[in-house]
Design a protein around this ligand. Structure first.
Ligand SMILES: [Zn+2]
Ligand SMILES: [Zn+2]
Length: 408
């Protein structure tokens, strides 16, 4: 081995350090990590020590690491053991080291003005990562690893942080009466009580639960979060090409899944209730994007008026609604979960699909966030202008369907 990188200056410095402290080869080499990076720390330490004709110090007797550098293989083993339950391709090791060791290390480097040393923590992270990578055939990665390993060297304990799996798709809701997301019982907050028939929920199921049931099975995940691009009312259908969503799958044991196959399974399970399409893998950034997105919507509203509606009058009113900006004070029915304020929303298009005495059906194309039921009823004057007032006949929405979420 070429030892020319061990110049006089280095040797003198090493001598001074070893006169003060007993160090194992790995710890000694680490202090000179910047010299010839092709040589491993432990090897560098050995060469230095032999040049200085010093006796070998076992890690157990090392003043600095107290045996830690000897445990790297063991650490790698417990990490590997823990990782074995998961399917992944990239990982990153981080570790916790006894504070006293850190303090000794800092003090030593300060005393001898060592600026280019590698910390014990870094060495353990790197070496454990290398061993695990080779043994398991996985890649260590700083950039969005699938799993972050937290190794506590004080207690030989390993925790894993599993990066969630994000799946994007669009859903179609074919039945009325189920909410978009799980809704815990208001009385017992999920524990189960008489009010909720001991289900812990306000509704038996939801779009979220129907979509996630198969996903949780396939990924062997613990839990999930549903992120929808807005939501329709519980009693409204979501038709057309569906509404965009991202499902955040938490602690998945399986990550490489066939989304085409998954789509089939979800649609079989949800048949007649909820269907999904356009599934693809996604990420955290997309959750933010679809939560913020304000896509225009097209609705079909089945309306019932208090008395028969003259066709000409309805045509006139519907025509004049087009292009109008309406003002909506937070509707009473959502006031418990929305801040009370006036929102301005634009109606792009409006047309009559059917008219039959007191009943008629409208297609309304509006800005995101328009409250359609209130646009029709007026919500006791909280929405202005509104269809009931313009017609001079009180009307209410009997059925509401979202037929398009545009802009994706
Ligand atoms: Zn040591
Ligand atoms: Zn309950």
């Amino acid at each position: 081995m070429n030892t020319t990188f061990l110049n006089m200056e280095t040797k003198k410095l090493a001598e001074r350090i070893l006169n003060e402290h007993r160090l194992c080869d790995a710890c000694l080499g680490r202090l000179f990590t910047h010299l010839n990076r092709g040589v491993k720390n432990i090897e560098k330490g050995r060469l230095l020590r032999e040049e200085l004709r010093r006796k070998k110090v076992s890690p157990e007797n090392c003043w600095l690491c107290e045996g830690l550098t000897n445990e790297i293989d063991e650490f790698a083993e417990i990490v590997e053991e823990k990782l074995r339950d998961y399917e992944f391709s990239t990982f990153l090791v981080g570790s916790k080291i006894d504070e006293e060791i850190n303090e000794r290390e800092e003090k030593l480097c300060e005393t001898f003005s060592l600026e280019h040393y590698e910390s014990l923590k870094m060495e353990i992270n790197r070496e454990v990562g290398k061993i695990v990578s080779e043994k398991m055939g996985k890649q260590a990665s700083f950039d969005h690893p699938d799993i972050t390993v937290l190794l506590d060297t004080r207690f030989n304990h390993v925790d894993l942080q599993i990066t969630p799996l994000y799946i994007y798709g669009r859903y179609i809701k074919k039945i009325r009466g189920i909410p978009q997301t799980k809704w815990p019982c208001r009385v017992c907050r999920g524990r189960g009580c008489r009010r909720c028939n001991f289900t812990g929920k306000m509704y038996e199921t939801s779009v979220e639960e129907i979509i996630s049931a198969e996903i949780l099975k396939v990924t062997k995940a613990e839990n999930e979060s549903f992120h929808g691009c807005g939501r329709e009312d519980i009693d409204a259908l979501m038709l057309g090409r569906g509404r965009p969503f991202v499902l955040e799958v938490k602690n998945p044991q399986i990550r490489s899944i066939d989304l085409k196959e998954l789509e089939k399974r979800i649609n079989k399970y949800g048949e007649g209730r909820v269907e999904v399409n356009s599934l693809r893998f996604s990420n955290k950034e997309e959750v933010v994007r679809i939560k913020k997105a304000a896509f225009p919507k097209v609705y079909h509203a089945k309306v019932v008026a208090e008395k028969e509606v003259p066709e000409e009058k309805l045509k006139e009113v519907v025509h004049s609604l087009q292009g109008k900006t309406i003002k909506q004070l937070t509707p009473l029915r959502v006031a418990h979960r929305r801040s009370i304020k006036t929102r301005e929303r634009k109606i792009y298009h409006c047309r009559i699909l059917e008219l039959n005495g007191k009943a008629f059906k409208l297609e309304i194309h509006t800005e995101s966030g328009t409250y359609i039921k209130e646009l029709i009823s007026g919500d006791s004057g909280r929405t202005k202008p509104n269809l009931s007032e313009m017609l001079g006949i009180p009307c209410r929405v009997e059925e509401l369907d979202v037929v398009a979420v545009e802009g994706e």
